[in-house]
Each structure stands twice: as structure tokens, then as C-alpha cells.
Write a protein that binds this ligand. Structure first.
Ligand code: UDP
Length: 471
């Protein structure tokens, strides 16, 4: 009946804009296509200005609530980011339970709870609050999901460290991943982060289904496997690519990057960026500068002050570089490249850059949102992975589907230059990658159309949420 309120879903976003953005996109799509409203629940630890501005820019179909702060001071200094997020989530279960109980009072049609990848323990809060449909939203891909779901078994059967495996790890349907390229938090089994990931792998089994921000064409192998129902494993729905839509109000405010791109020839510029938190060690930053210069290609580079090796994600909670990144560029670099390159500090409107006709390549850290954005806009990639699951993504993109060329591990200026040149204008590998990406761009768009695979998957989910409601 017209008078009944719309179905409502509660979603929990664990820290990082890379988690929040796709979850918000899911909420927007649920509203626009299915009339479902959302409450986005966030952690107090990430109440940054960037996040607040983002949340307040969302449409009125999406409201937000913050959980209370949690004391994590008992954790060892230098605890991995995965550990921090997982601990925070676990400690928030009681607070989240009461938040959900309150939400049920004010929202008569709370049809489901969706937690993101590090939020598996929050499923207990939803269960305690009597929310029957409990889902996981997995913002990265089916390869990584396959690995995490396999972890309880791998933990029991693979002795020693993954990096010491003689052969790449082969999981059902997946591209073989060399041990050293496997998910970063799995690289040291003595680190609590490893235990947490195994725990999540087990805990995911308690969800009714897992929504994944990926699509069949980019990883057909695991898509085929995971689309088949299997006993003891939640149903898996590839519903991507969900990427942030360009904001219209920005169109009026001129942006130096876009103004510069407007003056460059078609597909002539390689965009260089390492996500919201990535930074290179000083030596690699220098080689990259010299490599770009040597490549003779036009470039638009988002620079951040260097990281120390091993602490690459210190910028993760706050996207602004602390120091002046320009000070770390080789002497005279800006001056020598001023006719072909633009270097901007800390942040660029990535979607606008990738959508621009002058952009012809993307040197990326292979964060999954960046990869999806690149594919949606048909931009071929050079893979330069840093942390999290990025090395795995690089393998799957370069050796699996062929949408990227990976920079050789040595990261010397000549190799960087040759890789960039091959991507932008090479007739061999470069041409193949450019053609593959054009194909994937089409497949991604097809899937999201009414009746396409991703749209149909989401429709099926909403159908489940609203069928058999008790009210
Ligand atoms: N992003 C951006 N400008 C930047 C850097 C990042 O707009 O200068 C956006 C990018 O478009 C993407 C997200 O931030 O949506 C980064 O997510 P990703 O998964 O690629 O990497 P992460 O930040 O999680 O490492």
C-alpha cells in the first residue's frame, strides 16, 4: 500500500573512504532503482572532515549515524590496520546492538543489515537485535573473496608462510597468485592481522549472502565458481562495478587538473595516483619521476610525501600529506617537464580525470575502486601495487584478464619508462591491454543496465529482503 514506509537497510562501514564510498554507492542504487532507504553507520574513529563532508553530501534517502568512540589504547603500537578495524568492530558489538534496536523502533521496515569486509563480527549485533537478513558487502573482488573464504582451510593445510610457497597459490577458478603477492595481512602468520583474516573467513559463513563489487567479465573464473550455490557458503552476488558518480555541482568550480587536461591531445596523458593513502618510499618516488620524464609521455601525477617502507598506509585515515611532497622530487624535474606534465599535491578528482578524453592510461596502486573506475571509463592500466590486496589485484589484472601491465619489481627508471610507453603506444602487449580494457568497459556497462547481470543480481537481493517480511 502507498502508505507503508519504504524498506530500510542498515549498513556498517569500517574505516577508510575506500570502504565508505562503494557502500554509499550501493545505498544510492538501492534508493534509485528499488526505493530502499539506508542508514549508514560509521565508526567514531574515522569522523574526519573528509568523511563528514562526504556523508552530508549524500541524498536524503541515506541517513548516517556514528557509533561511540572505542578505546584501543591497549593494542600494541604499530598494530596492523586490519587488526585495528577488526578490534574496533568487535568492541562495538554491544553499542551496535542497541543502535540497531533503536533503529527498529524508529524505522518500521528494517529489512536487512549489511556489514562491510572487516565488519563480520557486527553480524552478531544484527542477530542480537533480531535483524534476520544479515549480509556482507565485499568492496573488493571475487579473487580476494575466494581467498578469504578459503582461509580457514588454508590455515589448517598450508604450513609456513605463503611467501615461501614454491608454486603460486591456485584457488578454484582463480588466477594463480605467487606467495609473495598474496594479501598483505596474510604475509606474516605471527601477526594478529593474519588471525583476524582467518576469523573473518569463518565468520563470513554466517552471512546469508555476500554482495561483491565486481563483475563477471573482469574475473570470469571465480565468477563462474562462486555463482554456483555451494553448501556451507553464502550465496555470492557480483553487483558491480559500483563507482562514485561524478558530482554535478563540481562542474562550475574549475579544477586545475581538468583545465590542464582540456589542453592535451586525445588519450595522450597517463594519470599517476596511488589511491587515498598510498605513498612511495623516497627512492621509488625519485625513480618514478625520472621514469615518467624518460618515457616522453604526458603525465598528471598526484604526489604525496614519501612513506617509510612498511608504513605505507599511514595516510589512510587522513588523505592530506603532512609534509611538502614537492620537496622530494628530483631537482629541476618540475621545470624540465612543465610542457608535458602536471604534478598536483595529495589529491585529484580521479573520476573526472579518468573520464576525460585526454586520459589514455592510469598508473595505479590497484586499489579496487581505482581499478573499477579505470575500467568503467575504459582506461588501460600500469600496475604498481603497494599494500592490502593490491599485489594480488596486479597479478589478476596483468596475468589474468590482461587489463594492465605490471611495473617490474626492481622499479628502476628505465623499466618504468618502458612500461609506461608500452601501455600508451606499444603495438604488442600495450595494444592488447588497450583492446581488452575497451571490451571490459562495454561488459561493465551492459551488466548495470536494466536486466544486465549486476542489475539483476541486486534486484534478486531486494526481492529476498522484502519477500516474507513479517509486517
Ligand atoms: N581518489 C580520488 N583522488 C585521489 C585519490 C583517490 O578521487 O587523488 C579516490 C578514487 O577515485 C577512489 C578512492 O579514492 O574512489 C580510492 O580507492 P581505492 O580502492 O582505489 O584505493 P584506497 O584508497 O582504498 O587505497
Amino acid at each position: 500500500p502507498a502508505s507503508s514506509p519504504p524498506p530500510h537497510v542498515a549498513m556498517l562501514a569500517t574505516p577508510g573512504m575506500g570502504h565508505l564510498i562503494p557502500l554509499a554507492e550501493l545505498a544510492k542504487r538501492l534508493a534509485s532503482r528499488h526505493g530502499v532507504t539506508t542508514t549508514l553507520i560509521t565508526f567514531a574513529s574515522t569522523a574526519s572532515a573528509t568523511q563528514r563532508a562526504f556523508l552530508s553530501s549524500l541524498p536524503s534517502t541515506i541517513s548516517s549515524l556514528s557509533l561511540p568512540p572505542v578505546d584501543l589504547s591497549d593494542l600494541p603500537r604499530g598494530a596492523a590496520i586490519e587488526t585495528l578495524m577488526s578490534e574496533e568492530c568487535l568492541r562495538l558489538v554491544p553499542a551496535l546492538t542497541s543502535l540497531l534496536l533503536d533503529l527498529k523502533k524508529t524505522t518500521t521496515r528494517l529489512v536487512a543489515f549489511v556489514a562491510d569486509l572487516f565488519g563480520a563480527d557486527s553480524l552478531d549485533a544484527a542477530a542480537a537485535a533480531g535483524v534476520e537478513r544479515r549480509y556482507i558487502f565485499f568492496p573488493t573482488n571475487l579473487h580476494v573473496l575466494t581467498l578469504i573464504l578459503s582461509l580457514p582451510e588454508l590455515d589448517a593445510t598450508v604450513p609456513g608462510e605463503f611467501r615461501d610457497l614454491a608454486e603460486p597459490l591456485r584457488l578454484p577458478g582463480c588466477v594463480g597468485i605467487p606467495g609473495e603477492d598474496i594479501l598483505m595481512p596474510l604475509q606474516d602468520k605471527t601477526n594478529p592481522a593474519y588471525r583476524w583474516m582467518v576469523h573473518h573467513g569463518r565468520k563470513y559463513g554466517e552471512a546469508e549472502a555476500i554482495l561483491v563489487n565486481s563483475f563477471d567479465a573482469v574475473e570470469p573464473g571465480p565468477a563462474k565458481v562462486l555463482r554456483q550455490p555451494a553448501p556451507g557458503r553464502p550465496v555470492v552476488y557480483p553487483i558491480g562495478p559500483l563507482i562514485q558518480a561524478g558530482k554535478e555541482e563540481d562542474a562550475s568550480s574549475p579544477c586545475p587538473c581538468v583545465e590542464w587536461l582540456d589542453r592535451q591531445p586525445e588519450k595522450s596523458v597517463i594519470f599517476v595516483s596511488f589511491g587515498s593513502g598510498g605513498a612511495l618510499p623516497a627512492e621509488q618516488m625519485r625513480e618514478l619521476a625520472l621514469g615518467l620524464e624518460l618515457s616522453g609521455q604526458r603525465f598528471l601525477w598526484v604526489v604525496r610525501s614519501p612513506s617509510d617502507e612498511g608504513t605505507v598506509n599511514e595516510n589512510y585515515y587522513d588523505a592530506q600529506s603532512k609534509k611538502d611532497p614537492f620537496a622530494y622530487l628530483p631537482e629541476g624535474f618540475i621545470e624540465r617537464t612543465k610542457d608535458v606534465g602536471l604534478v598536483v599535491p595529495s589529491w585529484a578528482p580521479q573520476i573526472k580525470v579518468l573520464a576525460h578524453r585526454a586520459t589514455g592510461g592510469f598508473l595505479t596502486h590497484c586499489g579496487w575502486n581505482s581499478v573499477l573506475e579505470s575500467l568503467v571509463y575504459g582506461v588501460p592500466m600500469v600496475a604498481w601495487p603497494l599494500f592490502a590486496e593490491q599485489r594480488q589485484n596486479a597479478v589478476m589484472l596483468s596475468e589474468g584478464i590482461g587489463a594492465a601491465i605490471r611495473v617490474p619489481e626492481s622499479k628502476g627508471r628505465e623499466k618504468i619508462a618502458a612500461t609506461v610507453r608500452e601501455l600508451m603506444e606499444g603495438e604488442g602487449k600495450g595494444a592488447a591491454v588497450r583492446a581488452k580494457v575497451a571490451e571490459l568497459q562495454k561488459a561493465a556497462a551492459e551488466g548495470l543496465k536494466e536486466g544486465g547481470a549486476a542489475a539483476a543480481a541486486l534486484a534478486e537481493v531486494v526481492e529476498k529482503w522484502t519477500a516474507g517480511e513479517k509486517n
